[in-house]
Design a protein around this ligand. Structure first.
Ligand SMILES: C[S@@+](CC[C@H](N)C(=O)[O-])C[C@H]1O[C@@H](n2cnc3c(N)ncnc32)[C@H](O)[C@@H]1O
Length: 199
């Protein structure tokens, strides 16, 4: 599915997600490592956290071919194996839809970011169209999370980012694929934690 999405145009969105990043990056829920080929050379190291063993093994293969150093480790979004205020950026690509608690994951992102560090997010979520949002609520309350590894179609990720104490510097909303299906409503966002999160 990930390969089909990349061939269908996700690759370009991944590039935009990572464009201009530098220094030490933490990627949450890296899956099989679909972002790794697109990290710019200004990134000195990526710590890629992935809890699922088979995906972690695939990510380690992808890391070996990555253009920047990537270390793949076990871990969870709400307990990142990273010291406080040490990351220049935290990357979430199609993962805040699947974690049990986006608020806890975003609080962890604030904890590990240096002051002024960036949160970069590419996610699908809540539709702007009320009719589609109703379908999303129905899917998320019934079959979709069980069918799709915990994924929710209609989370309001932008609101969650702001509620977690980030300031948005960039927000693009777009349909991908270009249909009004429940899982098509994507956001690409850059946000800053203006001051370090309290411990
Ligand atoms: C749709 S996949 C996206 C994978 C990858 N980021 C990409 O862009 O192709 C969702 C990923 O979130 C991971 N995930 C699910 N729950 C998680 C959690 N609590 N903490 C960290 N990662 C999690 C899954 O194992 C999976 O790799």
């Amino acid at each position: 599915m990930a390969r089909a999405m990349d061939e269908g145009g996700l690759t370009e969105h991944r590039r935009q997600l990572l464009s201009g990043l530098r220094g030490e990056v933490v990627e949450i829920g890296a899956g099989p490592g679909g972002t790794f080929p697109h990290y710019p050379p200004t990134v000195t190291r990526v710590l890629a956290v992935e809890p699922e063993p088979r995906l972690r093994a695939l990510a380690r293969s992808a890391a070996a071919a990555a253009p920047v150093p990537v270390e793949v480790v076990d871990g969870l979004a709400d307990r990142l194996p990273v010291a406080d205020h040490t990351a220049d950026a935290v990357v979430c690509c199609l993962v805040l839809c699947s974690v049990p608690g986006p608020a806890a994951a975003l609080a962890e992102a604030r904890r590990v970011l240096r002051p002024g560090g960036q949160l970069r997010v590419l996610e699908h979520g809540r539709a702007d169209a009320p009719g589609v949002a109703r379908v999303q609520r129905l899917l998320d309350a019934t079959i979709w999370p069980r069918l799709a590894g915990g994924c929710h179609t209609g989370r309001d990720t932008v609101a969650a980012i702001e509620q977690a104490g980030f300031t948005l510097d960039r927000l693009d909303r777009f349909l991908f694929p270009d249909t009004r299906a429940p899982f098509s409503w994507h956001v690409l966002a850059t946000a800053r934690s203006a001051r370090p999160a309290a411990r």
